[in-house]
Design a protein around this ligand. Structure first.
Ligand code: XMP
Length: 587
């Protein structure tokens, strides 16, 4: 199937958000590197150039094939994309000193084309989301300003004759309520695209594709219990029948309570015959004994997965010619994205198993979901009859509870500062492009507002997180940090705490309001109760950035009460930190 719209990636995460929004209009859109030659984009009905963190004046900043701007195909530039169009066609881009981030009010000057239907009620302001440093000061010849804001004279511009448009704000984000109208104006009216995209109706052709690629060979999977590998496995199962599809689940002992049984039952219900559990709990725990440093923990876990998978590949004869490897890779995983996205992904993938690399190199691999986004994978899963409790699960990291069970080498007391207490433990954070490993600030109360929490972190450069205290057995100053490792006892404690949190947030409907809800165990407590629990509910689109979410007080009280009763737990904290500067996981 040929895409009608291609989004050119000018850096980072924006391109996928835009492609997803176009697909929500029922139009097939894909993503390609910004420099893709115009000759490779023949047949597209429109091109969108994404935003990105660069300045058109930076050396080596993303650019596009200039032929695209004279090819007669409609082009729509967003943020950096707009600046790039202006720059290439002879307009003026001004280098911004400070930048503008957040809401702005749009003043629409021309509502005939791109901005049709945007202004709604006269006199009522139109909020849009801005995130930029540079701006277009003068549009190129033949272009008109279509909208402005207080600080941005060319918030939108266009040339009807050239069929080229651009906006400085981000129509793809939820903070721009009129964004989908603008995208629809471009895609439907200006480009004339027709509806051709409905993932749930493509199941038959995906299955046909699986049969073609497999031929007479069988398919095996390493399944994780996550949405993607489960849906991919089910598609193969339907395409080839249960006798020809195997799935092995590696039980690392780092999973949540009841996870192995849940996955086993789910696969049985889906009709899987060749589903196996590899019990590797002892091997992982032994390898992790004595390890404290976060990156080291990840490395050891990665190595163990490699070792266990290698053994299964060889031991079960999957390397002989009769089998190919199935994987739940989804669309964003297949794209080389620029900027920080790439760096951030590095740690989310385990070391590549040599056997798997060999299979990939030999083309003995099938990835039935490689053109779909997560929400589309869920739609396919629903159509296949996979239960909601499987499809609507929060994402869960591969290294599992190991990165939610904080370890430490040090004993130590908390330090009193004006704002609260600096706890004697360190967690991972992210600032700019680099990771930080710093202590956290604990308050004995909840701040009055989200902004107050954010201001506290900005004020203190020695911490990367701020917590509120929901419960403590003793005054905060009496809690002590202690040396701690990944032991079976601490993992069990975390598993119990995590199970309580999950049960209560599911029952109260809070689980649905957040994107992910890590529960973290930290080595801070008393002689009899050595650890504390941190609640970290967040909202996010893709995990790249995240906002801390407050739960209702009644739920928090109930949760704290049950957590306080868990053996060995001295206190319950609530993480109020957005990402950045905190990461989602504590490591
Ligand atoms: P951070 O902690 O970097 O996490 O803010 C961002 C998102 O990535 C998930 N995560 C992982 N997922 N393997 C995974 O499959 C990993 O090694 C891994 N590390 C972090 C994390 O849960 C969050 O959703």
């Amino acid at each position: 199937m040929q895409p009608q719209i291609t989004v050119l990636d000018a850096g980072g995460q924006y391109c996928h958000l835009i492609a997803r929004k176009v697909r929500e209009l029922g139009v097939y859109a894909d993503v390609a590197p910004s420099e893709t030659p115009a000759s490779e984009l023949k047949g597209r009905k429109g091109i969108i150039i994404s935003g990105g963190p660069s300045s058109v004046y930076d050396a080596g900043s993303p650019t596009i094939d200039p032929a695209l701007l004279t090819a007669g195909i409609p082009v729509f530039g967003i943020c950096y994309g707009l600046q790039l169009i202006a720059h290439q066609l002879g307009g003026t881009v001004e280098k911004g000193e400070r930048g503008e981030y957040g809401f702005a009010e749009l003043d629409v000057l021309d509502e005939d084309t791109l901005l049709r239907g945007v202004s709604g009620t006269p006199g009522v302001s139109i909020p849009v989301w801005m995130s930029h440093r540079d701006l277009v000061a003068k549009p190129p010849a033949g272009f008109r300003g279509l909208a402005s804001t207080d600080t941005c004279p060319i918030a939108a511009m266009g040339s009807e004759e050239k069929r080229i448009y651009g906006v400085q704000f981000h129509p793809e984000v939820a903070h721009t309520p009129c964004g989908q109208t603008i995208l629809a104006n471009f895609v439907e009216t200006i480009c004339g695209c027709t509806k051709d995209w409905d993932p749930a109706r493509q199941i038959e052709s995906i299955e046909e594709h699986i049969r073609q690629v497999a031929g007479s060979r069988n398919i095996f999977f390493f399944v994780s219990g996550g949405v993607d590998s489960t849906v991919a496995y089910t598609l193969c199962l339907k395409a080839l029948g249960p006798d020809r599809v195997h799935g092995t689940y590696v039980d690392s002992g780092l999973m949540r309570e009841g996870e192995t049984e849940f996955v086993r039952e789910s696969f049985a219900k889906l009709g899987a015959k060749g589903f196996f559990v590899e019990d590797a709990r002892k091997r992982f725990l032994t390898a992790l004994a004595g390890i404290v440093e976060p990156e080291r923990k990840r490395h050891v876990i990665g190595e163990k997965f490699v070792e266990v998978q290698e053994r299964i590949l060889e031991g079960d004869n999957y390397m002989d010619g009769g089998w190919i490897l199935g994987q739940g890779t989804i669309y964003p995983d297949t794209i080389e994205s620029g900027g920080s996205a790439k760096a951030d992904l590095i740690k989310t993938h385990h070391n590549r198993v040599a056997g798997i690399q060999k299979l990939i190199d030999a083309g003995r691999i099938i990835e039935p979901l490689s053109s779909f986004y997560k929400d589309e994978v869920r739609a396919i899963g629903r159509q296949l009859g996979i239960p909601a409790e499987m499809l609507d699960r929060h994402p869960f990291p591969g290294p599992g509870l190991a990165i939610r069970c904080l370890c430490s080498e040090y004993e130590g007391a908390s330090q009193k500062v004006e704002e609260g207490w600096i706890l004697p433990i360190k967690s991972v954070g992210v600032q700019g492009d680099s990771r930080t490993y710093r202590p956290v600030l604990a308050l004995d109360r909840f701040p009055a507002s989200e902004a107050e929490a954010a201001a506290l972190i900005n004020r203190r450069s020695d911490v990367n997180r701020v917590l509120a205290t929901a419960y403590s057995q003793v005054p905060l100053g009496e809690l002590r940090g202690h040396a701690a490792q990944l032991t079976a006892e601490r993992l069990d404690r975390l598993r119990r705490a995590d199970a309580i949190v999950r049960r209560l947030s599911l029952a109260g409907g809070f689980e649905k309001e957040v994107w992910q809800f890590p529960v973290v165990l930290i080595p801070l407590g008393t002689a009899t109760h050595p650890d504390s629990v941190v609640l970290r509910p967040i909202d996010s689109v893709d995990g790249m950035t995240a906002r801390a979410v407050r739960m209702p007080d009644a739920l928090l009280q109930e949760m704290s009460k049950e957590l306080a009763a868990v053996e060995g737990v001295a206190a319950v904290f609530y993480d109020l930190t957005n990402k950045p500067p905190g990461t989602i996981e504590w490591e």
